[in-house]
Design a protein around this ligand. Structure first.
Ligand SMILES: CC(C)(COP(=O)(O)OP(=O)(O)OC[C@H]1O[C@@H](n2cnc3c(N)ncnc32)[C@H](O)[C@@H]1OP(=O)(O)O)[C@@H](O)C(=O)NCCC(=O)NCCS
Length: 150
């Protein structure tokens, strides 16, 4: 199993994995999610992140999984927090429960530590039980809860 930082030639594989995540997760759990966004805008967005020193774009096994992490901009309301945000991660269905997610997450933790982060956050849909189980297994606990109604 290999985990590598994306270079510009990896943007198509990253965009494809992120697009599959939109379809599987946002498309299923959020009636307002625009699942066409990755095909329209994803390549430019992820190319920008690959070039951004405050972002981390990882691929596992050349595209079987991905993780995107970002350092949050300083927040004057929480001046002592240095927050690494796990923006997005996915492992292809046929490769799940084989440790790829763990390997991606460990690389994210190492990157966050190098950048001086003292906090990590991630958002997940309340109905995404497998993602919540994965994050809980890696030490995350609920902090802020978004409540929604139509
Ligand atoms: C969440 C996800 C990335 C986990 O990737 P993975 O490669 O399957 O995870 P790992 O094999 O490294 O699992 C590590 C641990 O997390 C927990 N875990 C992972 N998937 C789980 C599940 N479906 N149910 C319960 N626990 C789970 C377990 O503790 C597991 O350890 P174990 O297999 O020894 O029991 C993967 O399920 C996925 O891509 N899901 C769809 C996309 C998604 O929801 N992404 C997150 C959006 S917020």
């Amino acid at each position: 199993m290999t985990v590598s930082e994306c270079r510009s030639e990896d943007v198509p594989a990253l965009t494809a994995s992120a697009g599959a995540l939109f379809a599987e997760d946002g498309g299923r759990h959020d009636a307002f999610m625009d699942t066409g966004w990755p095909a329209r805008e994803g390549a430019a967005y992820y190319a920008g992140l690959v070039d951004d020193p405050d972002s981390l774009c990882l691929l596992a096994d050349g595209g079987a999984g991905h993780l995107v992490g970002r350092l949050r901009k300083p927040d004057p309301l929480r001046p002592d927090a240095v927050t690494a945000v796990l923006e997005s991660m996915r492992v292809a269905p046929e490769r799940r429960r084989q440790g790829l997610g763990r390997a991606l997450f460990e690389a994210f933790v190492a990157w966050a530590r190098e950048r001086g982060a003292n906090e990590m956050t991630v958002q997940a849909y309340a109905q995404n039980a497998s993602a919540l189980a994965f994050y809980e297994a890696h030490g995350f606990r609920p902090f802020l809860v978004t409540l929604a109604r139509s």
